[in-house]
Design a protein. Structure first.
Length: 224
């Protein structure tokens, strides 16, 4: 019993390590192709999660994503039974920032290619797929996912910090960002100049910035 628990733990550790390298969701109705992709991406050190249909992906995606962290991308065949790859793309539009979609097709029209890119698709590869091109495309997609995930975490951290500002501190900082001087802010908010300076200093300390340039950059990243 102890050995079984140990093996299970090791398997979870390996899964987490692979997920940190990159999670490649594979969506194809051909079991042979799914197996080939699974072996390829496992050899590359990624965690590969294959699905046979869009419906199966939607059913199990949240569960898989819930306990796994790491950059991710979706390798998706365009022609699928039931919901097509392009229909799935529209269904998960909000997910594409953190999970770029790479479409694969044997005979797609220019209209489908244009639609895929218009809806935010990362890449469109035609069969037969060159393995080196596929691996390069996946690598770029995972790097993009990692970058966007970092940006999202920074944005969430910034939002958490901004919530710590008092209403008066927010009002002062917004006027600072609008180019008003301390005396002008004092007049606009009908508060003493000294009070403006105190609110401004406290807000800057909470936001972790020391000057207007840093404050402006912070506002451009997430909005204050």
């Amino acid at each position: 019993m102890t050995n079984v628990k140990k093996l299970r733990t090791l398997s979870q550790v390996e899964e987490a390590e692979r997920a940190n390298q990159g999670i490649v969701f594979v969506l194809d109705d051909d079991p042979g192709i799914r197996t080939a992709y699974y072996r390829l991406f496992e050899l590359e050190g990624y965690l590969c999660l294959p699905y046979e249909s869009s419906e199966a992906f939607l059913l199990r995606f949240e569960e898989a994503s819930g306990h796994l962290s790491g950059p991710r991308c979706l390798l998706c065949d365009v022609s699928l039974p039931g919901m097509s790859g392009l229909e799935l793309q529209r269904e998960i539009r909000d997910q594409q920032a953190a999970m770029p979609i790479i479409f694969i097709s044997g005979a797609s029209s220019e209209v489908e290619v244009v639609e895929a890119y218009k809806e935010g698709g990362h890449a469109f590869l035609l069969k037969p797929v060159d393995i080196d091109e596929l691996l390069d495309t996946v690598s770029v997609a995972l790097a993009l996912s990692k970058s966007r995930q970092c940006e999202q975490r920074e944005l969430e951290t910034l939002k958490a910090i901004v919530t710590q500002l008092t209403d008066r501190e927010k009002a002062v900082i917004r006027l600072v960002l609008n180019g008003l001087t301390n005396p002008q802010i004092s007049e606009r908010l009908h508060i003493a100049l000294r009070t403006v300076k105190v609110h401004r200093q406290h807000a800057m300390e909470k936001l972790g910035v020391s000057n207007l340039v840093e404050l402006t950059r912070l506002d451009e990243r997430g909005g204050i």
